[in-house]
Design a binder for this molecule. Sequence first.
Ligand code: ADP
Ligand code: MG
Length: 693
Amino acid sequence: MPTMEELFGSNVFNDAVMQERLPRDTYQALNKTIEEGRQLNPELANVVANAMKDWAVERGVTHFTHWFQPLTGITAEKHDSFIHPLPGGRVILEFSGKELVRGEPDASSFPSGGLRSTFEARGYTAWDPTSYAFIKDGVLCIPTAFCSYGGLALDQKTPLLRSMQTLNKHAVRILKLFGRDATRVVPTVGPEQEYFLVDKKIHDHRKDLIFTGRTLFGNKPPKGQEMEDHYFGSIKPRIHAFMTELNEELWKLGILAKTQHNEAAPAQHEMAPIFTVCNVATDHNQLTMEIMKKVALRHGMVCLLHEKPFAGVSGSGKHNNWSMTTNTGYNLLDPGDDPSTSAQFMLFLTAVIKAVDEHADLLRAAVSSAGNDHRLGGHEAPPAIISMFLGDELTAIVDAFVADKEYQASEKMDLEIGVHVLPKFPKDNTDRNRTSPFAFTGNKFEFRSLGASESISSANVMINTIVAESLRQFADELEAAEDFQSTLHNLIVRTLKKHKRIIFNGNGYSDEWVEEAARRGLPNLTNTLDAVEALISPENIALFERHHVFSEAELRARHEIRLDNYAKVINIEAETTLMMAERQILPCCMTYMGHVADTCNSVNAAGLPATAPHRILAKLDERITELSDAIDALRAAVTSHQPTVNHYLDARYEHDVIIPAMNLVRSIADELELLVGRKDWPFPTYADLLFNV
Ligand code: ADP
Ligand code: MG
């Protein structure tokens, strides 16, 4: 057994390895380039590439890949070997600086939302040197951004890096006004990942799980999660073995896997890493999802990352814990207990409150998908209405600010702003409100609306950009102020007054909240179609262009890809529903009906009325007729619609016509599941899936 020291990061070309393997001046130059976010010069790149190759080859690696995150939501890689031919039929292993910093994958088959016309099929990948290279499955992976030749972002990473840049710029402006010496601010993220594990042999009998990642049929088992005995329950040996191996694999990649526990639903679990810089956390979360799936297979299980694999029990999400840290080591959302920094904390807190209230639509859009539509508002995950939880103490502080109408500068001269209304800040926020989408948890915010399967990039692009926008406006006003203290105070009071409506500490699952939120004017966008429109509103296009995070074309492309993806997902679900209903459920039900009819006949022949068999037969006949009608209706709905060039109309059709038709098939089939003999049902049930690992 290797020690933790030997294991952790052993597959990563990290800072320690660089320090050891790079010439001193190269190491320093590389660090400086990374720090300043500049391009790597070719000589430097050659030295780094060579050291990387030597390190990798010593570990048995023969290939490298530019590892990137196209808009499919998963990662992509194309492997190239290090071999270069020599005269005499020999080869040497080489990896040049050029190969390290830039790649040119044939990108024509990745979704581009119309950004990359077919005549310009090529895209290029560029190294993100702030995320370390690593070895995965014997291949040296270089984390890269993926753009079109015209420089348009075709991936998840490019806008994320851009959003980090703008957040940095405006946060540093603010810190300067407070006289701090920090020169960089980075967003930090700790994503908690939920997942289900099911036995592979059982899983493989379900076409729906194979094709869609979720069950399209099935009744809740007699026991679900109502006993609340799974959450934090003791971990079964098979799951424990999986978790142990998962941790080891993650640790080797330098991923700070920290917490693991059983979640609310049977067969549901969670893993949380220790937080890190936003883009690295995003890379790590993508790797985590991939490795979870791989390790599960080694244990004869399948890891389901779908947002709602099973109806009637909780689905899976991700909690995106988010804060900002300076290069001098301060967490800007840590209230601390030093009154001299409380004004600063208050300003950053106010910036987030304003951001979330003004741009709730973007946060909602960022987490929208066909899968997540099943969760949000489903009384198991945050509602689709975005609001913020601050807890009682912090809300009291906000209220005190809001109530402070008359500001008298003389009172607070040497105490920065408004400190007279600041009681000691809550150090540890033990208030736990699991129903809030955006909760303050002591020294960070937790955005809880993310779906389990999606990249956390989109959500963080939004948070970084909208907070940057608040800070930009604040910095503009404060930099121009004659009296910093009074301007600051007025700014905080004014902003909190305006945006206080976004704060809600109550039960987000209640019907009263839906009404109350409507009164407050907070949007309640219950489905993807309504949610994604925010991506192309004129104000939001202007916002992203101002911050150089997305151009209008890039936003329109993302809008289109989300709608297209939605329509395709529902279409696949409909086709799978038909396949299972027509070719598995209906034939089995008819066979079973035949058995019941035989029973009726033989019992009648024996001179008895066969009351129950006849009753069951009649019920079966009725349900099977209904099922057959519902199948025909779904079949007609699917075949009568040809995809158009208008993604919105396609998605609308899927949402308005296909989903209800599919739901009807399911509800009748689920009734039949309860009528048909266990042995005659064509595939494993929820009970088989949820209670067999
Ligand atoms: P819970 O399940 O109670 O919400 P966990 O301990 O499972 O909490 O997860 C909390 C997450 O928040 C962890 O990933 C942790 O590293 C992360 N976190 C803690 N501090 C910060 C911070 N300053 N910035 C971002 N994430 C943070
Ligand atoms: Mg959490």
